[in-house]
Write a protein of this length. Structure first.
Length: 214
């Protein structure tokens, strides 16, 4: 496989971050779990019933708007001035596990998506950031529901890069989709296996997805 320069840059950064994270105690690998988030949410039914080897999460194209060098950042909707960027709040949480059903700690989870108006920030890092999974393989972002842009349904982009030594699991590039979107059926990349599970959370949404990487 030939890696693009941007992909190599991400993986080089991911390997360094994940490697250093593995030197810490397992419970401190990831970020502090934010107040108000489900501290011990039940495993996804698919995760709970995992039978090794579990089916890997489907890959999808990176698309044209990936940008390496993102900040380690949990709150993508903060505007840096104590407020929030426009858009319906979306908390995105999930777990990573290998095909052997074990959680993957210290993995890099890279997230990028369009803003509320369907625009990508190609000069800065608005709605771009990465997190490290904690000892239970969990990650979480605060962001907003992305807007629509021509030719695509509503979606999020992710790259999940297991830590070095993570049972040989390879990085996964994929996308996540929103249920009940009129454009889903017309988007050639849409895959129902990549649908978020959404629930209302105040004025916003809590979206969950558990990944199997390997
Ligand atoms: Fe996109």
């Amino acid at each position: 496989m030939t890696l693009s320069p941007s992909r190599r840059a991400l993986l080089a950064g991911a390997a360094g971050l994940a490697g250093s994270a593995l030197l810490r105690p397992a419970v401190a690998v990831g970020p502090t779990w934010p107040a108000g988030w489900p501290a011990d949410w039940p495993a996804d039914p698919g995760t709970a019933a995992c039978r090794a080897p579990a089916a890997a999460t489907p890959p999808e194209t990176e698309g044209p708007y990936f940008k390496p060098g993102t900040p380690l950042k949990q709150d993508l909707r903060a505007d840096g001035r104590g407020g929030s960027l426009p858009g319906r709040p979306l908390d995105l949480v999930g777990r990573l596990q290998g095909r052997d059903c074990r959680p993957l700690a210290g993995a890099v989870v890279e997230l990028w998506h369009a803003d509320d108006g369907g625009r990508y920030d190609n000069s800065g890092f608005t709605f771009r950031g990465h997190q490290l999974t904690d000892g239970q393989g969990r990650f979480g972002f605060r962001t907003v529901v992305p807007g629509l842009y021509p030719g695509r349904t509503r979606h999020l982009h992710l790259i999940l890069a297991p830590a070095r030594g993570g049972d040989g699991a390879a990085p996964l590039t994929t996308q996540l989709y929103f249920p009940d979107e009129p454009r889903n059926a017309r988007d050639g990349l849409y895959d129902p296996a990549l649908l978020l599970r959404l629930e209302r959370q105040g004025d916003g949404l809590l979206g969950r997805y558990d990944f199997v990487v390997g």
